[in-house]
Design a protein around this ligand. Structure first.
Ligand SMILES: Cc1cc2nc3c(=O)[nH]c(=O)nc-3n(C[C@H](O)[C@H](O)[C@H](O)COP(=O)(O)OP(=O)(O)OC[C@H]3O[C@@H](n4cnc5c(N)ncnc54)[C@H](O)[C@@H]3O)c2cc1C
Length: 319
């Protein structure tokens, strides 16, 4: 096998890119794994365990806005053409959601989004994607002469160790950036404290069973104690108890934490679509027949108002 290319989101944290390295290793141990970064990066490129990192810097790649996404698409496509990999892996983010399908279109490649696993097939690659709201996994085969672009769902692989000493290769982006056709009109900054919901290793979620907005303050304290983030069901968001930016599910965010703690959530398929790839789901619900118990590794049949304060108090004692 030849080269495997990882496209790093310049705004992402290092672990997201290290998960891609792990995905590339799962494909082959003897391939040449290289990384491409278009933009001034938050990723510690010098630590990536790959043979080379191609870095393109230009002020037009600077801010993660729609214009820089245009420029990043131009530059990354040129990088891919120079590197000529067998496959391109990226982690799902705003940046890759905009750039990756456009790169695939320009290369004439197959594009697969939201994949939880990648493997070889006889004549190309196979990817696994959750379907039917996370209730089933589908396997797709990608083939063709151009390298497929595969977007991996964050949290699908354990990050590789950041112990590399790659060769840093400067890539001149200027000849490749075309006139941008999109203009950024407005940026809305999502108010957020602590860890981002999508990146959190622990998510503490609440649903309609909480009965009102007040318990979300306790959930926030629990999330804080566990170094996690607060999620919610759509019913809780629709009720105005918490902002929609916390909604987990089909029409909300997809999370893949190590621990997903849910309080007063029934486990509707549209909710589970956003959290079913969590390592362990722990559910607290008064109804022993609540469907979330089918997905939960541990379940407490009980009232949140007894379990949640007890858990917060126990954690306060040990922290
Ligand atoms: C197209 C579409 C998209 C959707 N997208 C999403 C989405 O992205 N995310 C999402 O979450 N939903 C989504 N939904 C809505 C989804 O179908 C459910 O209606 C929603 O998830 C229910 O939220 P819930 O579990 O909080 O509420 P409920 O279904 O009302 O469940 C509340 C649970 O709390 C339990 N409970 C009650 N009192 C207590 C107590 N004191 N202690 C402990 N437990 C208690 C109950 O037993 C019950 O199981 C979508 C629906 C559609 C049609």
């Amino acid at each position: 096998m030849g080269k495997l290319l990882i496209v790093a989101d310049p705004a992402s944290e290092l672990p997201a890119t290290l998960e891609l390295v792990a995905a590339a290793h799962s494909l082959s141990n003897d391939s040449d794994i290289v990384a491409a970064i278009a933009g001034t990066t938050g990723v510690a490129a010098g630590d990536l365990p790959v043979s080379a990192v191609y870095v393109a810097e230009d002020e037009r790649l600077g801010e993660p806005d729609s214009a820089s996404f245009d420029a990043a698409t131009d530059v990354l496509t040129a990088m891919v053409r120079e590197i000529a990999p067998d496959v391109i892996l990226c982690s799902r983010s705003d940046y890759t959601t905009v750039t990756a399908p456009r790169i695939a279109a320009r290369l004439g490649s197959a594009f697969a989004r939201d994949c939880t696993a990648v493997a070889h097939s006889d004549d190309g690659f196979m990817v696994t994607r959750p379907v039917y709201g996370g209730n089933a996994d589908a396997t797709y085969s990608l083939h063709g002469s151009a390298p497929p672009v595969i977007m991996i769902r964050p949290g699908s692989y354990d990050p590789a160790a950041a112990d590399g000493t790659p060769e840093l290769k400067s890539f001149d982006p200027a000849p490749h950036i075309r006139d941008t056709r999109s203009t950024l009109l407005r940026t809305v900054q999502e108010a957020r404290e602590g860890v981002r919901l999508e990146d959190a290793e622990v998510v503490v979620s609440g649903g309609r069973g909480l009965g009102g907005p007040e318990p979300f303050a306790q959930l926030a304290e629990l999330a804080d104690l566990l170094g996690g983030a607060v999620g919610a069901s759509r019913a809780a968001c629709d009720a105005g108890w918490i902002d929609y930016s916390h909604q987990v599910g089909l029409t909300g965010k997809t999370v893949s934490p190590k621990l997903y703690l849910s309080f007063g959530i029934s486990g509707a398929s549209q909710h589970m679509a956003g959290c079913s790839s969590s390592r362990a789901i722990v559910a607290v619900n008064t109804d022993p027949d609540a469907s979330i118990f089918k997905d939960a590794r541990f379940g407490v049949v009980g009232d949140w108002s007894k379990v949640l304060p007890a858990l917060v108090s126990a954690l306060r004692d040990v922290s």
